[in-house]
Ligand binder design. Structure first.
Ligand code: SF4
Length: 58
């Protein structure tokens, strides 16, 4: 069976964003919050269950 990307539960999304919120690489740019290391828009990245923090924080 082919594994497809699935959404993370809302509680996991919140846990991830809480970790990012305290991280030195979490920055606001033009009104959106991004990770300076991966360049991702974190409010979207945390929704995809299989994605991970480049620093191993989640
Ligand atoms: S994804 Fe990881 S490195 Fe990037 S802001 Fe979040 S906790 Fe920090």
């Amino acid at each position: 069976m082919i594994e497809v990307a699935i959404f993370a539960p809302e509680e996991l999304q919140k846990e991830r964003l809480d970790i990012c919120d305290k991280c030195e690489f979490y920055k606001e740019s033009f009104g959106i919050t991004i990770c300076e290391l991966c360049g991702c828009y974190m409010k979207m990245k945390v929704k995809i269950k299989q994605l991970v923090c480049p620093k191993g924080k989640w």
